[in-house]
Design a protein around this ligand. Sequence first.
Ligand code: S3P
Length: 175
Amino acid sequence: MKDNIILIGYMGSGKTSLGKKLSYKERIALLDTDRMIEQKQGMTVSEIFEKQGEGAFRIMETECLKEILGYTEKYVISVGGGLPIKEENRKLLKELGTVVYLRAKPDTIYARLKNDTSRPLLRGDDPRGKIEDMIGKRGPVYELAADCIIDVDEKGCEVIIGEILEALKLDLRVK
Ligand code: S3P
């Protein structure tokens, strides 16, 4: 098993921003699966959803994890919100390192994303309802994928980073 630090959670839970801060603080390089896919495809995630469909994007996510598995350095890896939903991906995540679930309540997510247009899955009517519904369904799956869970609501970045580092010190991985 590898020793990467993997951040999972719903859109807007802070994976990208916390990943950047954690990477800087610990001097560990950062990978972001959405950005890797965008670079490879030469398109944004929204454009991939529009032109190739969600199914194609989900295949790209699995390919991306397989590619990272071949890397030899240690990374902080921030993954797309839907990536852990596929069982194959959860297995790959376990092989890649310690999985940290950044758990956020629907209200927190809605407040952060209500003016965001970059998430194709939240377009259309009733984004608040969609968030609640998806978190209800995905939450248990994120918990299944996680080695540790960090509640992020109403906490500042420094506090969350501190909690992540504490959890990592305890090495909560199921071996
Ligand atoms: C998705 C989350 C997004 C991105 C895509 C699908 C999801 O990533 O991968 O829009 O299914 O939750 P972020 O969680 O980084 O926003």
